[in-house]
Design a protein around this ligand. Structure first.
Ligand SMILES: [Zn+2]
Length: 500
């Protein structure tokens, strides 16, 4: 138990079901969804459509926008990471794979950020959602501790009908947890499989007649009102027996039929390790609910195909030493990737505390401007993804060291432009320089390798009526060089690639 107060609540209300040995994951906390009359009305509508005799689910997969509202403390710490969120989205889409419903990052990014300690600790729910809720997307809040607006108790998560948002606690949003799956089930009007049962069922006793019966005779009117989820009387957290997927608590219905309820269904209160499915009727009901949510039925063009090719890192190369200051990173683009997470870390383990740069970029390259220190060893890697596919892992990393040679693009008064051509140089041709200067200046043209060693220094007089200059490349071996134009008022630099 993470919360002593909650432990006391459980001891008072559920004395027969405390099983300290079996507690893992979401057993600690409950679901805080208040299945109110409006949700019941939506469920009613969905069930009526499903049982009308005319309903047939269109088996085309539909993609639903989701925005992860990541809440941190006031100082910006403790926020659930985007990387872990991407891992969870990958798992969520696998969990929903049989429903023809998949989720994608809304608006190309899918993350929103809030620094508010009160919200992080579960307070201010109404204000938080009023201020931050976004239209045309599922608003999925990840906070430190979700507090149910109804009961005021810390819970794993909840769906609020009034606000139409989902909130989960980060401690119930770890790898392979099923809280998100469960609360999104509520979002699309699914009740708990034990719906309507408020008393604690005593294993092995005969249930009252209004409990769902094993023979299906009352399945459309009691419990969750789905007929393919099976009866379930357990309104407390429980774990399944071994890998069987069923409870060890024998149920006996009003007909005298005995059974052990399945914990496979995500809308039961079984533990994460038991859960792996929605039923077919539940999937139909969720799809019908989605049919009635035009705000989520977007026509946006999104990329959904899996990413199977691993990007190849190129620059800076593994084991190289490079100048610091303005630094270019490049990798090969891969099919279906529309974005990349780029990371630079001071450790090869890429522990959170060691990551000094994390950027989301659209192209397979990024330029860092004075974000790294000199004489330091760094490691970098990328992770490709697209709107609906966040399952690809990070590449292996490249390691490089910065030297004390700084590449910087400084201003020089009167200089309009400075460029090199061709770049890269692929034969022993001359390097062309275009220098557009408003007035005559005398300075030096210098050539450095990327480690910062000076290879050439030539006096250069630049005038306003001459723009083309040349430099011999025949002695230069393949690699990255810096061409530096230095005047007493300042210096400008360009990178040159020799690739013969
Ligand atoms: Zn629930």
């Amino acid at each position: 138990m993470k919360n002593l107060w909650l432990l006391l609540v459980c001891l008072i209300f559920f004395p027969l079901f405390i099983d300290a040995q079996a507690q893992t994951d979401r057993i600690d906390e409950y679901c805080g969804t208040d299945f109110n009359a409006k949700m019941d009305a939506r469920l009613d509508r969905n069930l009526n459509v499903m049982r009308s005799g005319f309903y047939k689910r269109n088996n085309a997969v539909r993609y639903i926008p989701i925005t992860f509202q990541l809440v941190a403390l006031d100082d910006g710490t403790q926020r659930y990471s985007e990387i872990e969120t991407m891992n969870r989205l990958c798992e969520l889409n696998a969990q929903f794979s049989d429903t023809d419903m998949q989720f994608y990052l809304a608006d190309n990014n899918g993350f929103a950020y809030h620094d508010n300690s009160a919200w992080y600790n579960g307070g201010g729910f109404n204000i938080m959602t009023t201020i931050t809720k976004l239209p045309n997307t599922i608003n999925f809040y990840v906070v430190g501790e979700a507090i149910s607006p109804g009961s005021g108790v810390v819970v794993c998560g909840f769906y609020s009908q009034a606000k139409d948002v989902v909130v989960v606690s980060e401690f119930c949003y770890e790898a392979l947890n099923t809280t998100a799956m469960h609360e999104l089930g509520h979002f699309f009007t699914l009740p708990h499989t034990f719906d309507g049962i408020t008393d604690a069922y005593v294993c092995g006793t005969t249930a009252p007649a209004f409990y769902e019966k094993l023979d299906g005779s009352n399945c459309t009117s009691v419990g969750d009102r789905f007929c393919d989820t099976g009866p379930d009387y357990l309104n407390i957290r429980w774990t399944c027996v071994g890998s069987s997927g069923v409870s060890g608590c024998q149920h006996i219905d009003a007909n005298g039929d005995a059974f052990f309820p399945s914990g496979r269904n995500t809308m039961s209160y079984s533990n994460d390790q038991c859960v792996n499915q929605f039923s077919g009727e539940q999937a139909n009901a969720m799809n019908i609910d989605l049919d009635n949510r035009p705000d989520l039925l977007t026509t946006a063009t999104i990329v959904v195909d899996p990413i199977t090719v691993v990007p190849v890192l190129s620059e800076p190369g593994d084991g190289t030493t490079t100048a610091f200051g303005v630094l270019d990173f490049r990798w090969t683009p891969v099919p279906n990737a529309t974005r990349y997470v780029f990371q630079v870390s001071t450790s090869s383990s890429f522990a959170d505390a060691d990551i000094v740069v994390q950027e989301f970029v659209n192209a397979p390259d990024i330029t860092l401007n004075n974000q790294l220190d000199q004489n330091t060893v760094y490691h970098w890697r990328v992770r490709p993804f697209n709107d609906a596919n966040t399952c690809a892992e990070f590449t292996n990393h490249f390691s490089f060291a910065t030297s004390d040679f700084q590449v910087g693009l400084n201003e020089v008064d009167g200089l309009n432009s400075f460029s090199l051509f061709p770049n890269p140089i692929v034969t022993n041709q001359e390097i062309g320089l275009t220098i557009d200067m408003e007035e005559t200046k005398e300075g030096f043209l210098k050539l450095f390798n990327i480690q910062g060693q000076l290879l050439q220094s030539t006096p250069l007089k630049v005038t306003s009526n001459q723009r083309s200059y040349t430099l011999d490349s025949s002695d230069l071996s393949n690699g990255l060089y810096i061409i530096s134009l230095e005047f007493k008022e300042g210096t400008v630099q360009e990178k040159l690639i020799i690739s013969k």
